[in-house]
Design a protein around this ligand. Structure first.
Ligand code: PLP
Length: 403
């Protein structure tokens, strides 16, 4: 029989769980786009978006998904034929690099594989080899959503500075913003991108580019910039119309307003980082317990390299796909598919799954999800070690006693 009837839970790394409050804020008649409440409300979004990114810099809002933000960030900085140094720690690092190549940017790619994280020595060697300072920017993800590797962004800045290299530091925080600690100004990040549908708890359709004055200087000579993607009128245009280069995404903006109320004004961004860290630790400890008696394992061995928003898990067999199917059909919870983990033996990453613990997610959801996974492993006779759920509960109990 199915036990899936009830509230479904989409635990994939974007779109993430959308709070009812966000959906309700969107459920309204079309607002006037020329004057009045909408225009005043949109002005209030910018300071909160700065808080989320911990920056006093600029933020441009686009109607688009994460791929749109990839291009928006690139075209405002680069000219055709310019050089970028891209760091890949999984599928999404490659994706941004391919977007750059598609725009006619010359990309030097440092591929660190899918388990290890950025090797600062290789980065340093690549920067030092660039004596003419042709590399205009270093591109990195904070969290690569496929491998669930988290990159130490402050370290990238230290390496750039140690080499005396003037390249901009551009970071894709699409999977991590609002989940993992991120301090744009303090860490010396020049350009950062995110999208609405992950840690920001708003339906897919909005994306964001934050940038500082150094990036703005590059913008002045960026040959790739086109009128629609130009970030300048979006941050300093005279009229409301210029902020979106056309009709504003009205309902998404109301949804975002409510999401930022929850994230910035009620919980607080630092508390949200701490919540994500605790929930992530609960997931990790459960997987480690299962792994004591079965083929289940975390993709990333070093906890310091693990995302707090998503966890990539291997089963070494297509049991991962069976498990996901069972969970969706029988328990009402949908896990993420494996992505970018292809090998010859597993050309479609069928041996992998991902658990998202990003955004509007709390202790009872994560404990419920882990309990459902354990039930799935029992039902499907997938061998696994004991004690996972109590271990996860201990993490949650301990975290609750922290200030
Ligand atoms: C989700 C994601 C993207 C792509 O976003 P889309 O909205 O699907 O275009 C890019 N980078 C990272 C790190 C992501 O997690």
């Amino acid at each position: 029989m199915s036990l899936g009837h009830g509230r479904p839970y989409l635990a994939i790394p974007g779109p993430s769980v959308m709070p009812d409050r966000v959906l309700n804020a969107m459920h309204r008649a079309a607002p006037n786009i020329y004057e009045g409440g909408l225009i005043d409300m949109v002005d209030t979004l910018y300071p909160d978006l700065r808080t989320v990114a911990q920056t006093s810099g600029n933020v441009a809002i686009y109607i688009g998904n994460g791929h749109a933000a990839w291009e928006a960030a690139l075209v405002n900085v680069f000219s055709r034929g310019d050089k970028a140094l891209a760091l890949a720690t999984g599928r999404f690092g490659h994706g941004w690099s391919e977007a750059a190549q598609g725009l006619g940017i010359k990309v030097e790619l440092l591929d660190f594989g899918r388990q290890k994280g950025v090797d600062a020595n290789r980065l340093e060697a690549a920067l030092r080899a660039d004596r003419q300072h042709e590399i205009k920017a270093v591109l990195s993800t904070q969290t690569d959503t496929a491998s669930s590797i988290r990159t130490d962004i402050a370290e990238l800045r230290r390496v750039l500075d140690a080499c005396g290299h003037p390249a901009l530091l551009m970071v894709d925080c699409i999977a991590s913003l609002g989940c993992d600690r991120f301090e744009m100004d303090h860490w010396g990040v020049d350009v950062m991108i995110a999208a609405s549908q992950k840690g920001l708890m708003t339906p897919p359709g909005l994306s964001f580019v934050w940038f500082n004055e150094r990036a703005m200087e590059h913008h002045e000579s960026a040959g790739l910039v086109t009128p629609y993607w130009n970030w300048k009128p979006r941050v300093s245009g005279e009229s409301f119309y210029q902020k979106f280069d056309g009709t504003a995404p009205t309902h998404h903006l109301f949804g975002l307003r409510e999401a930022l109320n929850m994230l910035v004004h009620e919980e607080g961004i630092k508390a949200a980082w701490a919540r994500h860290a605790a929930l992530a630790r609960a997931v990790w400890v459960a997987v480690e317990c299962w792994g004591q008696g079965g083929p289940v394992y975390l993709n990333i061995a070093d906890p310091g390299l693990r995302s707090h928003a998503v966890t990539s898990i291997g089963l070494g067999s297509p049991d991962a796909a069976r498990l996901r199917r069972w969970l969706e059909e029988t328990a009402g919870v949908t896990l993420g598919i494996g992505l970018g983990m292809e090998t010859e033996a597993d050309p479609k990453s069928q041996n992998w799954l991902r658990i998202a613990h990003m955004g509007h997610v709390n202790a009872h959801m994560v404990l419920g999800l882990l309990g459902a996974i354990e039930a799935a492993m029992q039902a499907l006779s997938i061998p696994h070690g004991q004690g996972a759920i109590s271990a996860a509960a201990r993490i949650i109990a301990k975290a609750s006693q922290e200030p």
